[in-house]
Write a protein that binds this ligand. Structure first.
Ligand code: PLP
Length: 464
C-alpha cells in the first residue's frame, strides 16, 4: 500500500531506547483459557500472558538513565537520608509546598491525611471520587460528596475542563451541613475517573476564593497535576506562553496541601508523598507516618527510590516530555474517533476510555458490559485494559446495593515512555475488531465479590 503524503509535521518522543524488555504474543486459544482462569478480570491475569499492558499507568513508567543512575546513589541510612532532602527540594521547587512527608505510594498519604483531618460525620466534597481516596475518607468516618460539573458524567460532552468543581453544588453542601463539618475540599487534577479530565486554572482560582470565604482547606490529589498543567497550557486562554512547570506551581499555590501517587506523573515504579504548608498539620503527619509507613525521612521507601523520584519530578515537568506523553494518548484516540468507536471526549491525559455502555448497548449494566469488553479485548489481541464502571463503583455503604455510575468505561491506560507508535497501531486495530464484533458479545455474572475495592479481585463467569 503506498504511503499518503503527510499533511502534518510529526513530533517524536524526546528519548531513544537504551534497553529492551521482550514481550510475548500468545494464541487466541491460550488467551481464552487464561481469561477464564482469571475469572474474566484482567487484574487476575499474569503479566507474562499479556502482550501490550494498558491496565494502568501506575508504577509502569520507564525510568530514564539518570533515574537509574540515581538508584546507585541511594543513601540507605535509616534516618536523615540525603535522598530524602533531594526529594523534598524537588517537591518544594516544582509543587511549591513547604513540608514533605514521603509515603510508600498515594494511598499511604491518603490514609494519613484522612486520619488527621476527617472526623466521623464529616463530609468531604470532591471533583468526582477516586477509589482509594474515597475509601480512606469513608474509613475515617467521612462521607464523600461529588461536586464535579455535570458535564463530567456525560461521555459525549466536549467541555474542555470536565474536571471543574461545580461551585454551586459546593455552596449548597456548605449551606446544608455547615463549613465546620467539611474538613477540606478534595480536588483532583486531572480527574482519573472522569476520563483523565483537567480542571481549569480559573475554576481553581474561584474555588480558592469560595473556600477562603468559608475558611475551608483545599487538598489536591496531585497524582496527575503535571498533566493537568499541560491541558491548562493547551486549552486555557492566557497560558500558551507559560511553561508546564510555571503553570504547575501556580495551580498548586491555590491549595493547602496534596497527596501524591508518584507512580504516575513522577515516572517512578513506587513512591508517593504528602505535602502541605501548614506546620501544625505537618507535625501531625510526621507523627502518624511513623505508625503506618516508616520514619518521616523514608516513609516506606528505600533511599534509592526517593532519589529516582526526585529526578523523575524534574523530568516530568518538561514541556517536551508532556507533549509526547499526552500526544501518544491523543494518537491512539484519534484513530478510534476516525473509525467511529465511541470513546470519552475530549481525550484525557493518561488514557483512552472506551464507552462500553454505547459499544455493548445490548447489555444491561448489571451484566457488567465494561468488564466484558475488557475481557473480549484481551482475547482478541492480548491487550490488557481495565473496567471503570459498575464494578469499580462498588456498593452503596447504606443500602448494600450496586452503585450505578453513569459512566461505564474500559480504560486503555498508556504507561509513560514504554510503548511505541507501532504498539498503539496494534491496540487501535484490536479495539476496532472487537467493536466490529460487538453484536455477538455476551455479559458476565459476578461469582466472587471481595468486600473492599472489589474490582481488583472479583471473579466472573460468562452468561450463556
Ligand atoms: C493511583 C491514584 C491514587 C492512589 O495512589 P496509589 O499510589 O495507587 O496508592 C490516588 N489518586 C489518583 C488520582 C490516582 O490515580
Amino acid at each position: 500500500m503506498p504511503y499518503a503524503r503527510p499533511t502534518r509535521r510529526s513530533w517524536a518522543e524526546p528519548w531513544k531506547v537504551k534497553m529492551v524488555e521482550p514481550i510475548r504474543m500468545t494464541t487466541r486459544a491460550e488467551r481464552e483459557r487464561f481469561i477464564a482462569e482469571a475469572g474474566h478480570n484482567t487484574f487476575l491475569l499474569r503479566s507474562d500472558d499479556v502482550y501490550i499492558d494498558l491496565l494502568t499507568d501506575s508504577g509502569t513508567s520507564a525510568m530514564s538513565d539518570r533515574q537509574w543512575a540515581g538508584m546507585m546513589l541511594g543513601d540507605e541510612a535509616y534516618a536523615g537520608s540525603r535522598n530524602f532532602y533531594h526529594l523534598a527540594d524537588a517537591i518544594t521547587e516544582h509543587y511549591g509546598y513547604r513540608y514533605v512527608v514521603p509515603t510508600h505510594q498515594g494511598r499511604g498519604a491518603e490514609n494519613i491525611l484522612s486520619r488527621i483531618l476527617i472526623k466521623p460525620g464529616d463530609h468531604v466534597p470532591g471533583n468526582m471520587y477516586f477509589t482509594t481516596t474515597r475509601l480512606h475518607q469513608e474509613l475515617a468516618g467521612g462521607t464523600f460528596v461529588d461536586v464535579i460539573v455535570d458535564e463530567a458524567h456525560d461521555p459525549a460532552s466536549e467541555h474542555p475542563f470536565k474536571g471543574d468543581v461545580d461551585l454551586a453544588k459546593l455552596e449548597r453542601l456548605i449551606e446544608a451541613v455547615g463549613a465546620p463539618r467539611i474538613p477540606y475540599v478534595s480536588v483532583a487534577g486531572t480527574v482519573n475517573m472522569a476520563g483523565g479530565q483537567p480542571q481549569s486554572m480559573a475554576n481553581m482560582r474561584a474555588l480558592r476564593a469560595l473556600c477562603d470565604r468559608h475558611g475551608l482547606r483545599i487538598i489536591l490529589d496531585a497524582t496527575r497535576a503535571v498533566e493537568n498543567a499541560w491541558f491548562i497550557q493547551q486549552r486555557e486562554a492566557g497560558y500558551r506562553d507559560q511553561t508546564v512547570a510555571q503553570i504547575l506551581l501556580e495551580y498548586c499555590r491555590h491549595t493547602d496541601g496534596c497527596t501524591m501517587s508518584a507512580k504516575k506523573d513522577s515516572l517512578v515504579n513506587i513512591g508517593g508523598w504528602l505535602a502541605m504548608n501548614d506546620e501544625g498539620l505537618f507535625e501531625e503527619a510526621r507523627n502518624l507516618v511513623v505508625v503506618y509507613e516508616g520514619l518521616h525521612t523514608y516513609g516506606g521507601l528505600a533511599g534509592r527510590d526517593m532519589e529516582a523520584m526526585a529526578q523523575g519530578i524534574r523530568e516530568s515537568v518538561q514541556d517536551d516530555h508532556m507533549r509526547a506523553r499526552v500526544g501518544q494518548v491523543e494518537y491512539l484516540a484519534a484513530h478510534l474517533v476516525d473509525w467511529g468507536v465511541p470513546i470519552v471526549r475530549p481525550v484525557g491525559g493518561h488514557a483512552v476510555f472506551l464507552d462500553a455502555r454505547a459499544i455493548y448497548a445490548h447489555l444491561p449494566q448489571d451484566a457488567f458490559p465494561a468488564q466484558a469488553l475488557a475481557a473480549d479485548l484481551y482475547v482478541d489481541s492480548g491487550v490488557r485494559s481495565m473496567e471503570r464502571g459498575i464494578v469499580s463503583a462498588g456498593r452503596d455503604e447504606a443500602t448494600g446495593r450496586h452503585r450505578y455510575p453513569n459512566l461505564e468505561l474500559v480504560r486503555l491506560t498508556i504507561p509513560r515512555r514504554v510503548y511505541t507508535q507501532a504498539h498503539m497501531d496494534v491496540v487501535a486495530e484490536s479495539v476496532l475488531a472487537v467493536f466490529d464484533a460487538r453484536e455477538r458479545a455476551r455479559g458476565l455474572r459476578m461469582v466472587y465479590e471481595p468486600r473492599y475495592l472489589r474490582f481488583f479481585q472479583a471473579r466472573f463467569e460468562r452468561e450463556a
